[in-house]
Design a protein around this ligand. Sequence first.
Ligand code: SF4
Length: 452
Amino acid sequence: MSEREELQNSVATTNACKLCTPLGACLAFRGIKGAVPFLHGSQGCATYIRRYLISHFREPMDIASSGIDETSSIFGGGENFLLGLANVSAQYEPQLLGVATTCLSETIGEDISLYLKKFQQEFSGDQIPVISVATPSYQGTHVDGFYRTVREIVVALAEEGRPSGLINLIPGLVSPADLRYLKEVGQSFGIELVLLPDYSETLDGVSWETYHKIPPGGTEITAIKSMGTASATIEFGLTVKPENSPGELLRQSRGIPCRRLGLPIGMRLTDRFFQTLQELGPGQIPPKFIAERGRLLDAYVDGHKYLFQKRAVLYGEEDLVIGMASFLAEIGVIPVLCASGGRSGQLQKELYRVAPELAGQIMVKEGVDFMAISALAEELKPDLLLGNSKGYSLARRMGIPLVRIGFPIHDRIGGQRILHLGYEGAQRLFDLLVNTLLERKQSNNQVGYSYL
Ligand code: SF4
């Protein structure tokens, strides 16, 4: 049976192009200093999420679980929940407990707010803040879980106060290397940023001489409290649902303006980010970044002939796809298929808004799995794939290269250190793309090596 026929007969998702919703919640909680993620669900959910995150970040990843079993599935998981939270509090001494629900606890209708009241009465008083977020995985993706969690953190902790001149930056689901780059940008501009969440150290830290139960790093809780006094919020994410958006929440509840931007991937989206910082901050674009931009432009000129009109299939989180498609279009690569497992309903509209030259030239698909992506890719005959490791089997079958970006990257080392953002990120991605295509040409050529 052909790929197309299989697709037409398929009634189920096959190899989803998205991840489980509480995984996004765990990632967000990992970016808060002293926080421990806790899943109200079966042991398997925590194990699966830990396994996924460890293979990408290669760091210890403790995710506690209430361990709902057959009995508590029927009679309620309240006892497991209370005991689990009490154990985690005693053993880890966290500064914050981040509770996320799972498919099972949502399906059996667990009353989390009642359990939390009981926990505070019986165990913790008000000593340890506990933030809970509803993350059934049959609703949304890991990206929804991520933003929903960041929003709940802001709801619970951001305080009112005198305007502080801070800028809140909600970076979205990016790599630790991206987070480090954003912090450096803020410092160079002379802007005091509150980056939420910040897992640049907790998920890509130094080697330790002694074991830490909770990895050092993360956004300080005091910094999150000050977010309610900021002069503006910059939120990366053009497809974030308003009800999940921390920036929208701060705008509505505190009147803090929210500047929503695409992930600054490639030159034009980075230009927009830097212009925004220039408008909000005290100074001009630092010379270092003007030089980075100049070098990037020079590289575009040098490498254009190797990329022009090449065809790429691009997949992953919706905002990553938008940023990468905009970058590919500006370097002359046609992203013939832009696909995501997310279903914001905004992907095509926002993609064409940032890269209008692609309108009508490419296929944009949201809510698709790898079976659909494979069937379309076979027809579109791309020169390469761009996305996470989950596309490897397709790339292998088609005999084309896979350029690994985003999350998860399970089959290579250094996924956490891939820089996607800014002029520097674009420079690295550009070199990687050109060299990947040159390598393929070289290895398919009888003569082999040649000067450029
Ligand atoms: S059961 Fe649901 S929450 Fe648990 S791992 Fe699977 S998709 Fe995620």
